[in-house]
Design a protein around this ligand. Structure first.
Ligand SMILES: Cc1cc2nc3c(=O)[nH]c(=O)nc-3n(C[C@H](O)[C@H](O)[C@H](O)COP(=O)(O)OP(=O)(O)OC[C@H]3O[C@@H](n4cnc5c(N)ncnc54)[C@H](O)[C@@H]3O)c2cc1C
Length: 472
């Protein structure tokens, strides 16, 4: 792994908003008003006279579910890297989230277990935000749309307009709800456009129709079944704010089909509790099944789900992880980038999606700062973004590919087998060795690149820790 990739990743995590950035665009149009779109709009608000977010959903004033984000009832945490970035660009969001009942979780209020072993503390005070997804989006949206040059158009983006190989506008169709000034369809003149339309983005199809290259779509089967319910948070667990348990597929631990369980103390004095199973495992369709599965987990999950149910089980299925390889596309229009799930969407259990979107926004800021000619395709942006996507993909897809190969008995090359053995050793050592735990957490929290785990000093500690644990 070249050192430059590791340092580039860290510089994207640490990037600050620019001071006195020159205005580069007249109108930037962001398609999609969810997390990725809002963060793109924040970056562009420093670089364009006007930023228009095109979003078909009626965006609720108060935090609540909406159809364009069907996963928003599931447990969501904003990892430390994403939170730090959001905090730098939209200062005060974490404080406001806490004032509204979300938890800013530090190491002293977490329980992390693998099977029945509790992970050792790494002694570092990283904090992540445990919050309902709709509340987080509302807090971010309120701040971004309060910027004087940012507005929202309630419409569906339907295509792009170009001139001489560059985007000059975004086509839209109104959502048909009436209202002053609404037009059935039209074009927003824009000299920069962002695709932040999530997994269902049709940008690739538009590009192909319009004579450009379609970025290659890579898919990795990762069929996950989520079940999430809400419970009253009893006073007896006041000192705990999150609990996560991973089942390491060891037959001696009956899991009721649960591979991962997570609980976060969230707004309204509630526990948001998630059970996840792979493939055919459906970890609790009714509250009775849900509680029965929790009873097979470490005792803490029994306590967490002992309060009254405040929202019934909501299931969610996702079949695969996906990424689009923009760096491989030969001919792309200028003045266009993609961000968030529209570009890469992972097995959600690693909690990387929103933090990835924040780091893509960081790539956008670096790209706009780089002096690259906006009249050319945004190759430099896609190069930076690939560093972030590769890092997140290595964490989530690595585990899924190993699981699929093990299930299918697939022969894998020796080098891949070696890397997997090393990763397994690091995961096991992270349970008992604070230094390995720290290195592993930094990668899981997206603060550092996964390549840092292959530092010889970490590998040596991991081998010694596993040997010690086995001997003991
Ligand atoms: C079960 C589950 C659990 C998850 N847990 C976590 C977690 O713990 N932590 C984490 O960081 N991430 C998590 N994620 C991932 C996270 O939800 C996504 O990564 C994140 O929401 C991506 O944001 P986005 O803005 O890219 O896309 P989305 O949130 O999918 O938003 C896309 C937006 O585009 C709009 N849109 C669609 N079509 C058009 C159009 N034609 N024109 C204009 N707008 C359009 C939609 O209405 C929507 O507002 C989880 C995902 C799932 C499925």
């Amino acid at each position: 792994m070249p050192e430059s990739v590791l340092t580039l990743f860290e510089s994207l995590v640490g990037a600050e908003p620019p001071h006195d950035a020159p205005v580069l665009f007249d109108t930037a149009c962001v398609m999609g008003g969810s997390i990725a779109g809002l963060l793109a709009a924040r970056v562009l608000s420093d670089r364009a006279r006007k930023v228009v977010i095109v979003e078909p959903d009626d965006l609720p004033k108060e935090a609540g579910p909406r159809p364009g984000v069907p996963q928003d009832q599931q447990v969501h945490t904003l990892l430390p890297a994403g939170r730090l970035w959001v905090e730098r660009w939209l200062p005060g969001v974490s404080r406001e989230a806490q004032d509204r009942g979300a938890s800013l979780v530090g190491p002293d209020k977490q329980f992390v277990g693998h099977d029945d072993v509790r992970q050792v503390r790494d002694g570092v005070d990283h904090r992540f935000l445990a919050i309902g997804r709709p509340l987080l989006e509302t807090l971010v949206r309120d701040r971004v749309t309060a910027l004087p040059n940012v507005s929202v158009l309630r419409a569906r983006a339907t295509g792009l307009r170009y001139d001489d190989g560059a985007v000059t506008g975004v086509r839209f169709a109104g959502t048909g709800t009436g209202g002053r000034g609404e037009r059935a369809e039209g074009v927003i003149a824009a000299d920069f456009a962002v695709d932040a339309m999530g997994r269902s983005s049709r940008l690739s199809n538009w590009l192909a129709q319009d004579g450009y290259d379609q970025p290659r779509l890579e898919r990795l089967e990762a069929p996950v079944n989520y079940a999430t319910a809400l419970f009253e948070r009893p006073a007896k667990l006041a000192e705990l704010e999150t609990a996560t348990v991973l089942q390491l597929f060891t037959p001696q631990y009956p899991s009721g089909g649960v591979s991962v369980a997570a609980a976060t103390a969230t707004e309204g004095q509630q526990w948001l509790v998630m059970l996840m199973g792979y493939g055919d495992e459906r970890p609790g369709r009714t509250i009775d099944e849900f509680r029965a599965n929790c009873a097979l987990l470490p005792a803490i999950f029994g306590d967490i789900t002992s309060g009254d149910v405040t929202r019934d089980v909501v299931p969610y299925h996702q079949a695969e992880s996906r990424r689009r390889h923009f760096t491989e596309a030969g001919r792309l229009p200028a003045r266009l980038v993609g961000m968030g799930d529209a570009v890469a969407s992972f097995n959600p259990v690693y909690g990387q999606g929103m933090s990835s979107a924040a780091l893509h926004a960081s790539c956008l800021a670096s790209y706009l700062d780089s002096g690259a000619d906006p009249g050319e395709a945004a190759t430099e942006f896609f190069r930076l973004q690939q560093v972030v996507v590769d890092a997140a993909w290595a964490v989530s897809a690595g585990g899924d590919a190993a699981r699929i190969d093990a299930e299918n008995g697939t022969e894998v090359p020796e080098e891949v087998r070696r890397q997997r053995r090393v990763m397994e050793q690091i995961v096991r050592a992270a349970l008992v060795d604070p230094a390995v735990s720290g290195a592993f957490n930094n990668v899981s929290y997206m603060l550092r690149h996964p390549g840092t785990l292959f530092d010889p000093a970490i590998l040596e500690k991991a081998a010694a820790a596993v040997e010690g644990a086995t001997a003991g």
